[in-house]
Design a protein around this ligand. Structure first.
Ligand SMILES: *Cc1c(COP(=O)(O)O)cnc(C)c1O
Length: 452
């Protein structure tokens, strides 16, 4: 081999903030309090793991979203997306703030009614509404968003049986420049199906067309996609105005605004890249104001924002069970909160902080949950201070979808508390017990005894 020429060594200053194998090296500061309540006190009293929701953040997020839209458009109404988090306490906070209910199943519909939401303030979405669900919704004057022609025919039939003329909107799917297009829900805009559905409703005269709806996706990082969606819905409204002299009372642009969480594999953090409410509001308001709809007929703008209102109001507190070394030398920390209760860890790179003061020394660590399952990884690569058994960790921005998609698996689901704006802690969902689960089981008589 040829000898390489000598080069003198160069000493370079290591600049902090350069991405390495484990991403950006950031200083991990401890999160010792949530809304002034100590993490130690919370887990001490309610156990670990523990979900914590900040009522103050829920209300602040709501007023921020409301302000962003109301300063740009005259008539705005929010409807709380139940499936994003349907704990009664969370729904009630948003209802107190003035949000209607947006539900996607008979179960969610009943939950909203049981909470005291009037039928006329419930938006009923989704592809699976049974005949009985629809009947109930018609009798209660709820706003039914039709997903497909079969549902339209059922409603047309029901119209004959009820005193109330069903109040309907159609869900429209469309190309907004974000792919893949969610075209499995509703009627397509580009191929004319949506216009066809509207014509059928108007010609038959059995249903009262009160609005137009789209929900283009979730965690949508593009505000302009909403501008396109709003323009397309507005164009349908303008055509209804022109052909039938009919005014579609509202345009509902659905949910899907991104929260500040960071997607796995994303180079920049979500707090730097996700648009704020102002950007979404700007795109939507501009599209409506500049549309061909006559000024006198400007529709009510409905928003079904879920994730962006609740995600950062939720925390999951956990406790370190053990530390170990993996065969490649990597440090592994096992905590008592697993992917079964933190569903979003499959697509978010959640922020995990120590729950108590720590030293400056950090090490690349993989954080595992407690399940006896290889996939139970809370964070693949975290730069963490060294944590000891019994130390607390705080996982942030977990308020959306985890408390509805969590599953009971191997362990029982933990308590959920809400901290009110005065700093009082309220238990809003108790932990499961063996009895909670077995109360639903039935053991056939011939299986009641065994001898080992
Ligand atoms: C899920 C859903 C929402 C809420 O979406 P987020 O991404 O949580 O904002 C709103 N509308 C409909 C129809 C939905 O299915």
């Amino acid at each position: 081999m040829e000898k390489l020429p000598f080069e003198r060594p160069v000493i370079n200053k290591l600049s902090a903030g350069m991405p390495g194998k484990f991403g950006m090296k950031t200083h991990i500061s401890p999160v010792t309090h949530i809304d002034q309540v100590g993490v130690k006190e919370l887990t001490g009293q309610y156990g670990s793991p523990l979900f914590v929701l900040s009522e103050k953040s829920l209300r602040q997020n709501f007023s921020e979203a409301k302000r962003a839209f109301e300063t740009r458009y005259p008539k705005v109404q929010f409807a709380w997306s139940y499936k994003t988090n349907y704990l009664n306490a969370v729904c009630s906070v948003f209802h107190q703030e003035g949000a209607w209910a947006e539900v996607v199943s008979g179960f969610e519909y009943d939950k909203a009614i049981a909470l005291g939401v009037e039928g006329k303030h419930i938006i009923f979405n989704g592809p699976d509404k049974s005949r009985d669900d629809l009947k109930k919704a018609v009798n209660n004057n709820s706003l039914i968003h039709i997903d497909h022609f079969d549902e339209m025919y059922t409603l047309t039939e029901l119209a004959g049986e009820s005193e109330n003329k069903p109040k309907v909107a159609i869900r429209v799917n469309m190309d907004t420049g974000v792919y893949p297009v969610w075209d499995r829900f509703g009627f397509n805009y580009e191929n004319g199906e949506a216009w066809d559905a509207l014509n059928r409703i108007m010609m038959a005269g059995k249903l009262e067309l009160v609005g137009l709806h789209a929900h283009i996706g979730t965690y949508m990082l593009s505000a302009s996609a909403y501008g396109i969606a709003a323009s397309k819905l507005a164009e349908l409204a303008a055509q209804l105005e022109k052909k039938f002299g009919h005014v579609a009372g509202y345009i509902d642009v659905g949910g899907g605004f991104a929260s500040k969480n960071t997607l796995k594999g994303a180079y920049y953090s979500g707090s730097d890249t996700a648009p704020g409410f102002d950007e979404y509001a700007e795109a939507i308001a501009a599209a409506l104001v500049n549309s061909r709809i006559k000024p006198a007929n400007m529709p009510l703008l409905i928003l079904e924002t879920g994730r962006a209102l609740v995600d950062d109001a939720g925390y999951l507190l956990g406790t370190v069970i053990a530390n170990k070394r993996l065969s490649d030398g990597r440090r592994a920390t096992i905590i008592d909160a697993g992917v079964n209760i933190l569903f979003t860890s499959f697509w978010y790179d959640h922020q995990v902080n120590p729950g108590q003061p720590v030293s400056e020394h950090t090490e690349e660590t993989t954080i595992f949950g407690p399940l006896c399952m290889n996939i139970d990884v809370i964070k693949e690569a975290a730069v963490m201070p060294v944590l000891k058994k019994g130390d607390r960790v705080v996982i942030s921005r977990v308020g959306a979808y985890n408390l509805t998609q969590w599953m009971q698996f191997i362990t029982l689901r933990p308590k959920v508390v809400m901290i009110d704006p005065e700093g009082n802690v309220h238990l809003i969902r108790d932990s499961e017990t063996l009895e909670t689960l077995t109360s639903l089981e039935k053991l056939p008589g011939h299986l009641k005894q065994f001898r080992l």
